[in-house]
Every structure is written in structure tokens, then in C-alpha cells.
Design a protein around this ligand. Sequence first.
Ligand SMILES: Cc1ncc(COP(=O)(O)O)c(C=O)c1O
Length: 393
Amino acid sequence: MDSVNFSQRTFFEPATSDLAQAIGRRMARNQLLYDLTTSNPGSCGLTPNTEKTLSPLQTPAAMYYNPNPRGILSAREAVAALYNNAVSPERIFLAASTSEAYSMLFRLLCDPRDQVLIPQPGYPLFDMLAALDNVTLQHYPLFYDHGWHIDLASLVAAITLRTRAILLVHPNNPTGHYTTQQERAALSRIAITHNLALIVDEVFLEYPIESEAGNSFTQPGEDQPLIFTLSGLSKICALPQMKLAWTTITGPAEAVAEATHRLDLIADTFLSVATPQQLALPTWLADRREVQSSIIARVKANLAELDRQIANTAISRLPVQAGWAAVLRVPATLDDTDLALQLVREAGVAVHPGSFYGFPPKGWLVISLLIDPQHFAAGINLLGSGIQQVNPT
Ligand SMILES: Cc1ncc(COP(=O)(O)O)c(C=O)c1O
């Protein structure tokens, strides 16, 4: 291998964690494992109707290639309708996934080593995406005090001359909380003052659980900065395999026009969205409520089972305003990755350590609420006894 030089940006430490190895070993030995980490709706038996999903792909129009960097108009019109037509289809860009949409925005806004602010705790998706686009991430803290809040003072303190955007996930994953209207107003003021864009990930917006649904950032507000709002099929329609997502652009007309022009060039270079999926999008979006209702019902039932089992134990949970995950508070006696390892090896149950999402290293675990209810109930039972073994009373 010494004749070839590889890029620094693809130099990563081996990715397999001790936890993944322990899970792999247990499965290789055919030992029972209750996996409470899965959040792929398909593996949890939560998919839209097969026939209804596949039929709009079978159209002769799918055989005709008419490339458009923003995507086929009928697909963008369907996305606009999702937001009550608050955004014109001209300001919507399709991409193969939300992850790809992020990458396009990083290239649009950042030169190498420019910075983007991201929330902590949060979903560990951005590290890799940012590294591949030579973008530096700075965390801004969220804190819990009768609900989750953005530490706005720390966020402002983290802004430097190289900061280009504030990223927020609304509702956030895995904390499951919506950004409040007051926070939205404060973030808009900060973004305008420092010439920053807002990148708002709304993939879980339509999954309210213990709260009313939050408002989309696509809806007009006062004194708006440049806002990119992201969502996609993987959560909205529980169809990650169909690889289709979108970005909407709102804000001051001049900035929107410039962003649109530049994104046209980026998207035109790749033209990454397949035609059949774009043609099927209006039907899939129109039908989305059916699978969303099943998912919301599943999440609520699993939460009720969780509450039943953890009542009067050393485990508690935070409220889940929205989304597919629950954050558990457990006695902070062991490092959470060691605890998660022990739970796999000795109790046969897999959970995510909170530190995986940027929680402090002790006392937090994260579980998926999409799991098949029987499997979930048995897994929580094992989790309860596993935690008790570590912390005998
Ligand atoms: C908050 C959030 N945004 C984006 C994604 C990725 O979505 P996509 O499949 O569209 O890349 C995920 C994946 O779980 C996520 O949790």
C-alpha cells in the first residue's frame, strides 16, 4: 500500500466498538439478544403497504430521463404541499437522503475548516459528514431543566469568525424535544447578527408523542435569517430504502436567490435522485399518515410498557415530546459504555450508551421505541434485572 497516498479526510480509527463486537459475538453463538437499539422501521415490522408503495413506481414516465438539479417539478410540488405551500417549489431541492442534503449544504456554506454549530446531546451523524467535507463542528450544549433548552449563552460564545451555520434538529434526536418559539426567535436574531444560516433537520416533525406537533421552520416568521429545512422519506414515510429527501430554502430574498443559484450548480454536478422515486413521491406523501399512525401507536404502547416496568425502580425516563427514542436515567455508578457492554454480555439486552449521543459518560442510556412490543417488553425486563445486578439495593 505504500505506493498510494490516501486523503487525510478518510483516515478514521477502526469503527467497530467493543459494544458492536460483543453484540456480534453473542449473535454468532446464537445466544438470545434483545436489541433495543434498532430504529429501522422495516426491521421492526413498520412498513407502509407494499402494493400501494410499489405501484406508483410502475409508470412509463419512469423510463424517460429529464434531468433537473432541483428535481422533477411534480415531486417538488408535493413537498411544497407538505408545508402548506409556504415554500415555492422553486426553492426546494431533492436529494437522495437527508445526509446527502447536509453534505450539499456544507459545500454551499463552508470552505475547508469553516465551522458549523451542532447541538449536544444529538444524533452522531454529523461527525462523519463534516469530516468528509472538511468542516469543523463545534458543539453547543442543550440542558435539561423541566424540559430541554438550548444554552444560548454558550452557543453565542462558540461563534467565531469561521462559523457559517447553526444546525438544529427539530425535534431533536434522541432527546425528542421541539425547539420552542422563543428559542426560534433567539436563534434567528443570533443568526442575523452573525451572518449565519440556520440548518433545521425536521425528519421527526410529524411524530409528536407526549406533546402537540411543533411548527415547521418553513412557516414564515418575523425577521428570518437564511433557513435551510431538511426532511425526507426515511422518517416521514418510513421508507429509508427509497432514498429521497429534500431541502427547502426560506429567508431574505437576495440570500435565497444566491443560495438557490449555487445549490443548482452543486446538485447539477451529481443529479443523484432516481426518476421513479421522484414520480412516486406525491403518492407516498399523500399516503404517509397510515404508517405514521402505526408508528406513533407503537411508540406510545412501548412507552406505556416502559413506564409500567420501571415504576418504583432505579430507572426513570425523560419525557418524549416527539420521535422514536427514549432517554433513560440509570444510577451513575458505571461508565455507560461499560454498563452497555455488561448488559449485552450478562443480561442479553443491547442499549445505546448515552455518551454515544453526547450525554455525560455515566447515568444515561438511549433505547429505540420502534421495537416489536413483545420483544421490547422482554428486553426492558432484562434491562431492569441487569441494572439491578450492577446496583444491588
Ligand atoms: C435527526 C436525523 N437526521 C437525519 C437522519 C438521516 O436521515 P436519512 O436517512 O434521510 O439520511 C437521521 C437518521 O436516523 C436522524 O436521526
